[in-house]
Ligand binder design. Structure first.
Ligand code: SAM
Length: 306
């Protein structure tokens, strides 16, 4: 089975506007689909770093002198750039979320289509699995993640049903969670399941905290005119990406200098969100929910008028 088909490849490459001698980072390497194309556009002096926290991605790394694979969470972007003695980079690409490989492997526990453990860790060295979340979180914490990260409409009912269920049998296998959701679900089954799974996955992988740390780090490490290309797949991610590209911070707060001028670290290259073409969606269903945003780093201190 194919590990992963890259989404919106040409739009990402165009967005990065690659300088042949530049230094680039693909923070979500996966099968290396985007990375391989970036390398094709780089000259002999160009460099590319590919991050992935999943041990399975190591096998995909590219044999090329210009390429360095970093088996780490992209929340540590700055630490690794320091380690490699790189101050600023010319472009950063992030294709957020999970790979098709992760979804299609039963033992990774990301999909309700398969029988397997309720796992959902992108980094298998993390201690906490989705089963641990279901088995140990207070009802109020379950409610917080189901409504906050999944926008599950009957979060209260579901949180209470999870506690009742685990008081009888601890959660371990996917069929147990699927059976429970079939009892509690409202509305469209696939949508309901997707929302609950999203909530658990985001919690297990600390995706919101990680994304905030990464967006801040990227803003500090992009060179003048460096390009920032981010593909997100759900509204929580997209909201943070949009805030950072518009205001330079994850809170979306406009900062002003002493003269009242708004400070904008980025120039927006895409005015809104760019979506995949029908042709791309036909070839790769994952492209359906992709939201691409591209921005260019302004020189520090450059301000725009009120
Ligand atoms: C959507 S796939 C990327 C696919 C890739 N663009 C390609 O063409 O093959 C996302 C990948 O990023 C990795 N990933 C997600 N969040 C990460 C994080 N916080 N740090 C490092 N890797 C992460 C996942 O393990 C997964 O392999």
């Amino acid at each position: 089975m194919t590990y992963h088909v890259p989404v919106m490849l040409q739009a990402c490459l165009d967005g990065l506007k690659i300088k042949p001698d530049g230094t680039y980072v693909d923070v979500t390497f996966g099968a290396g689909g985007h990375s391989k194309s970036i390398l094709k556009s780089l000259g002999v002096k160009g460099r590319l770093f590919g991050f992935d926290q999943d041990v399975d991605a190591i096998a995909n790394q590219i044999e090329d002198e210009r390429f360095t694979f970093v088996h780490a969470n992209f929340r540590y972007l700055s630490n690794f750039l320091d380690y490699y003695q790189i101050d600023y980079v010319d472009g950063i690409l992030a294709d957020l979320g999970v790979s098709s490989h992760q979804i299609n492997e039963a033992d990774r526990g990301f999909s309700f289509r398969f029988q397997g453990p309720i796992d959902m860790r992108m980094n298998r060295y993390l201690e906490k699995t989705a089963a641990d979340v279901l088995n140990t979180y207070d009802e109020s914490e379950l409610l917080r993640i189901l409504s906050g990260f999944g926008q599950v409409r009957n979060s209260k009912t579901l949180a209470s049903a999870i506690v009742d269920e685990r008081n009888q049998v601890k959660f371990s296998v996917m069929s147990q969670l699927v059976n429970l959701l079939d009892r509690t679900r409202i509305g469209n089954r696939a949508k309901y399941f997707a929302q609950v799974f999203q909530a658990l996955r985001v919690e297990v992988n600390e995706e919101m905290e990680v994304l905030k740390e990464f967006l801040n780090a990227a803003t500090h490490r992009l060179a003048h005119e460096g390009r920032f290309v981010v593909m997100s797949y759900h509204s929580l991610e997209d909201k943070l990406v949009k805030s950072v590209m518009k205001t330079g911070n994850v809170y979306g707060e406009m900062k002003r200098d002493d003269y009242g001028n708004i400070e904008r670290p980025y120039k927006l290259i895409t005015k809104g969100v760019v979506q995949a073409t029908p042709g791309e969606i036909k070839e790769n269903n994952r492209a359906r929910s992709a939201r691409l945003r591209i921005a260019e780093r302004r020189r520090d201190g450059k301000r725009s008028k009120k």
